[in-house]
Design a protein around this ligand. Structure first.
Ligand SMILES: Nc1ncnc2c1ncn2[C@@H]1O[C@H](COP(=O)(O)OP(=O)(O)OP(=O)(O)O)[C@@H](O)[C@H]1O
Ligand SMILES: Cc1ncsc1CCO
Ligand SMILES: [Mg+2]
Length: 254
């Protein structure tokens, strides 16, 4: 069966990342074990040449600094010029400095997919969902905010939480997973954003890419949690094993 996951494994697309320095290694590993190929950059001068060999770019603002503004701009604009999908992970975008950074970025760069938790996604809908730092404090599903965020930005929104919501503003799909360890693990969201980069590399349908990556990651998280008796210590290793061995057929038929 030809699925987006088999396409990723066959094509091994290069996913270019501006990563945060907390979870960078986990993001690179997640992209690699699923069958794509990660590359991280921190140099604006090489943006165009790296984008040219990449199939998607992931912009993660987790540990941004003003010094990185030229980097975000160069990578984002090169991707737009070269018709490569741009995925934004707006870590803690509710904080004022990050908010104005992202506002500036969206004026200059078209973003195709935004992946964040409910608190982060609410910011794009001019709404408030309680959050603190990298975390949401509200476990409810906020589908309306996700749909409004999609309409406001023109991007596909992947809002993660107990229920993941994927929407382009008119079409919406939810993914239910039962893996609390995913949210306990710092960087699960960042890893998922990287995987969405891999999946959007092999299709022009960014809604489908968001759904497929989110389903795979949720199912891998559930299986990994069961293997480690719902304890966090060995979770990442189990998660990588699942991402490495699972097939999309297992995901869609579960
Ligand atoms: N309460 C929850 N129960 C189960 N799974 C969850 C819960 N919250 C989030 N998840 C899952 O965890 C993964 C990461 O989503 P989350 O919303 O925690 O991202 P995030 O806040 O950006 O995380 P991080 O900043 O640590 O990368 C997703 O696959 C999501 O489905
Ligand atoms: C903890 C933390 N601080 C900035 S980025 C990050 C990782 C989660 O995105
Ligand atoms: Mg996050």
């Amino acid at each position: 069966m030809n699925t987006l996951l088999t396409n990723v494994r066959e094509q091994q697309p290069l996913v270019l990342n501006i990563a945060n320095f907390v979870t960078m290694q986990h993001v690179a590993d997640a992209i690699n074990v699923v069958g794509a190929s990660p590359l991280m950059t921190n140099e604006p001068q090489e943006a165009a040449e790296l984008v040219s060999v990449s199939s998607a770019v992931v912009l993660n603002i987790g540990t941004l600094s003003e010094a990185q503004w030229p980097l975000f701009l160069a990578v984002g604009q090169a991707a737009n010029q070269q018709n490569k999908p741009v995925i934004l992970d707006p870590v803690a975008v509710g904080m004022p400095y990050r908010a104005q950074f992202v506002r500036r970025l969206l004026e200059k760069v078209h973003v195709d997919i935004i992946r964040g938790n409910a608190s982060e996604i609410a910011w794009f809908a001019q709404a408030e969902v309680a959050g603190r730092g990298i975390d949401t404090l509200d476990q409810e599903t906020h589908q309306q905010e996700a749909e409004l965020a999609a309409k406001n930005t023109g991007a596909v929104i992947v809002q993660t939480g107990v229920v993941d919501v994927i929407t382009n503003g008119t079409k919406t799909q939810t993914v239910h997973t039962n893996s609390p360890l995913l949210t306990i693990n710092v960087g699960a969201g960042d890893m998922l954003s990287g995987l969405i980069g891999a999946f959007s590399s092999v299709t022009d349908d960014y809604f489908a890419a968001g759904v497929a990556a989110t389903e795979l990651f949720g199912e891998a998280g559930e299986r990994a949690s069961a293997q480690v008796n719902q304890l966090p210590g060995h979770f990442i290793g189990a998660l990588f094993n699942e991402l490495y061995t699972m097939t999309q057929v297992e995901v869609v038929t579960r």
